[in-house]
Design a protein around this ligand. Structure first.
Ligand code: SF4
Length: 492
C-alpha cells in the first residue's frame, strides 16, 4: 500500500496562540512568540510526501487551513490540555470537508488521557501515545491498527489501546528536521523575544533526568533518561543547518536540558566553535564554571535557565534539585563570562505565599539576569503537580487559558487566590524591568542594531499593553466565513 498523503497540523486557534510542544505553557504571550513545531516536523521527516502546516506562526485562519488540507488522506494534529477543545473543532471542520480523512491527535494530553480524549472527541480516529514518531509512520504506511504499538483507536464502537511503544533509544535513527523546516516553514515567522531573529531551534536529544513536579514533557512523552544524538551527528547537522539557512542569526537547542550531559555538550560546543555558529540552549542553574567557559569560548550566546522561585522550600516542594546558593554562583559565573541569561520563574507553585512572591522578585532582581519570563503554575494531566493539585482541590482546569487565549492561574490556595498570583506576575515584570540596568541594556542593544531597534519597539509596546491590561483581544482563527456558492480552486 502506498504511504498515505499525510498532513501534520499545528492548528489555528487564537491569534498569536503558541500551542506547539516547544511551548511549555500553551497560551498567547505577553509579546508575540512562536516556538518551532519540531515535534511534528520529526515524524513529518519520516513520512515521504508529507506536509507540515503551522497555522499560528503563519497566521492562517481555519478556512485557509481547510483549503490547504484538500487532497490529504491523513491529518495529525498536535494538541495540548488548554487547546484540546479548540483543536477538536478544527478536526471536525476537516472531517466535514473530507469524511474519508483519517484524523489523529498527538501530544502529552492524549498520551496521558487516550480513553478520555477519544470519548470526548468522536471525530478522532486514533491518538498516538508516548513518543509517536514511528507510530505515525506505521499509520501512514497503512498498517493494520491492531499491529501498531502506542496507538489507541476505535474498533466496532469500542476504544482499543494497543501495548505501549518503547522509547526510541537510537536517536541517530531519527532523520533531521531541517529538510521539513526548509520545505514547509517560513522561519522568519518564528520569534522569541530573547533570541536573535531569525532564530532556528531543534532537538539533539529527548528526556530530562530531573524530576521537577510541574514539568510536562519528561513526565509524559520524553521520559527521565536523556537520550541523545551523537555529538558527531549533531555537529554534522549544524553544519548543514548553517548552509541551508544562512540568514539564521542564532541556533537554539530546545532539548529539555541540553547541559544534562556536560561531556557531550562540551564536545558539541567545540564542533560548533569550529563552524563559527552562534548558539544557545536550555540549562539548569548548576553548570560548573569550566564547562560554561568551554561553551562561551565556542559560540554560546545565551542560556535559558529555569530558576522557578527564589524560595528554597518551594524549590524543594517541586523537586527542582537545585539550591538557591548554587544558582546564584552559576549566574555570577555566567555574568563573568558574558553569557546572557533568560531566567524563567513560576508563580503559584506549592508553598507560594504573598511573601515568597516578593522573595522571588527580589531574587530575580539580585541575580540581575538579562531578561525574564514569569509564568503562572500550570498543572497539566500527567504531572505530579496535577495529581497534588487535584488531591488538594487547588486546581480548576477550565481556567487554564482565558477565552482570549492568554494564560490564567488555574491553581489557587486557601491563603493565596488566583487574582493575587496573577497580580504577582505583573508586579514581578514591572519591578524587574523598571530597574536602570535592564533599561540600559535594552537601549544599548537598540542603538547597535536598527533591526533590533524596530523589533524591541514593537515588543516594548506589546509588553506595556500587557502590563496595563490593554492587550488587544486576540481574534479567534477558527471561525469560518459564511458559505457562498463560489468554489475555491483545488490546490495542486
Ligand atoms: S530540569 Fe527543566 S526540563 Fe528537566 S524536569 Fe526540570 S523543568 Fe523540566
Amino acid at each position: 500500500m502506498a504511504t498515505m498523503r499525510t498532513l501534520f497540523l499545528n492548528p489555528p486557534s487564537f491569534e498569536g496562540f503558541d500551542g506547539g510542544a516547544g511551548a511549555r505553557y500553551q497560551a498567547r504571550r505577553e509579546i508575540k512568540s512562536f516556538w518551532f513545531p519540531t515535534w511534528l516536523a520529526q515524524p513529518a521527516a519520516l513520512i515521504p510526501n508529507s506536509k507540515l502546516i503551522d497555522a499560528p506562526a503563519d497566521d492562517l485562519a481555519l478556512d485557509e487551513v481547510l483549503r490547504r488540507a484538500r487532497g490529504f488522506e491523513l491529518c495529525i494534529i498536535h494538541t495540548s490540555t488548554p487547546s484540546f477543545e479548540n483543536d477538536v473543532k478544527v478536526a471536525q471542520a476537516l472531517k466535514a470537508q473530507n469524511p474519508d480523512m483519517r484524523i489523529g491527535f498527538v501530544g502529552a494530553h492524549v498520551a496521558v488521557l487516550p480513553e478520555e480524549s477519544l470519548k470526548a472527541a468522536p471525530v478522532l480516529d486514533f491518538v498516538g501515545r508516548e513518543e509517536f514518531d514511528f507510530t505515525l509512520k506505521e499509520v501512514a504506511e497503512g498498517r493494520a491498527y491492531d499491529s501498531i504499538a502506542g496507538l489507541s483507536y476505535r474498533r466496532d464502537g469500542d476504544i482499543v489501546h494497543n501495548p505501549d511503544r518503547s522509547l526510541i533509544e537510537d536517536m541517530d535513527a531519527l532523520p533531521s528536521v531541517l529538510d521539513v523546516y526548509k520545505r514547509d516553514l517560513v522561519i522568519e515567522n518564528y520569534y522569541i523575544g530573547y533570541l536573535k531573529h531569525p532564530y532556528l531551534s531543534l532537538y539533539t536529544g529527548r528526556g530530562c533526568p530531573a524530576r521537577c513536579s510541574f514539568c510536562l514533557w519528561p513526565q509524559t512523552v520524553g521520559g527521565h533518561v536523556y537520550r541523545t544524538k551523537s555529538a558527531q551527528a549533531v555537529i554534522a547537522e549544524m553544519a548543514k543547518a548553517r548552509q541551508m539557512f544562512p540568514q539564521v542569526k542564532e541556533f537554539f537547542f530546545d532539548d529539555d536540558t541540553f547541559t544534562a550531559d556536560l561531556t557531550r555538550a562540551a564536545e558539541i560546543a567545540k564542533g560548533l566553535g569550529k563552524l563559527g555558529i552562534t548558539w544557545s540552549c536550555n540549562s539548569r542553574a548548576n553548570v560548573p564554571f569550566e564547562y560554561l567557559k568551554i561553551f562561551k569560548d565556542n559560540g554560546l550566546r545565551l542560556l535559558l535557565v529555569g530558576y522557578e522561585s527564589g524560595n528554597q522550600q518551594i524549590l524543594n516542594n517541586i523537586k527542582k534539585g537545585v539550591r538557591v546558593d548554587i544558582a546564584k554562583e552559576f549566574t555570577k559565573n555566567c555574568r563573568r563570562l558574558g553569557i546572557i541569561i533568560h531566567g524563567t520563574f513560576i508563580l503559584g507553585l506549592p508553598g507560594e505565599t504573598k511573601e515568597t512572591i516578593e522573595e522571588s522578585i527580589k531574587y530575580a532582581c539580585g541575580l540581575n539576569v538579562d531578561t525574564i519570563q514569569v509564568s503562572l503554575a500550570a498543572a497539566y494531566p500527567g504531572t505530579e503537580l496535577y495529581r497534588q493539585a487535584m488531591a488538594n482541590k487547588w486546581y480548576d482546569e477550565a481556567l487554564l487559558v482565558r477565552n482570549d487565549g492568554t494564560q490564567a492561574s488555574a491553581i489557587q490556595y486557601p491563603h493565596l487566590k488566583a487574582p493575587d498570583i496573577e497580580a504577582g506576575v505583573k508586579r514581578f515584570y514591572s519591578k524587574f524591568y523598571a530597574r536602570p540596568t535592564p533599561i540600559f541594556r535594552m537601549l544599548v542593544a537598540m542603538a547597535k542594531d536598527p533591526i533590533e531597534r524596530r523589533r524591541r519597539l514593537r515588543e516594548g509596546k506589546e509588553f506595556f499593553d500587557y502590563l496595563r491590561g490593554r492587550q488587544k483581544p486576540a481574534a479567534s482563527r477558527i471561525e469560518l466565513p459564511p458559505k457562498t456558492d463560489k468554489k475555491d480552486p483545488v490546490p495542486a
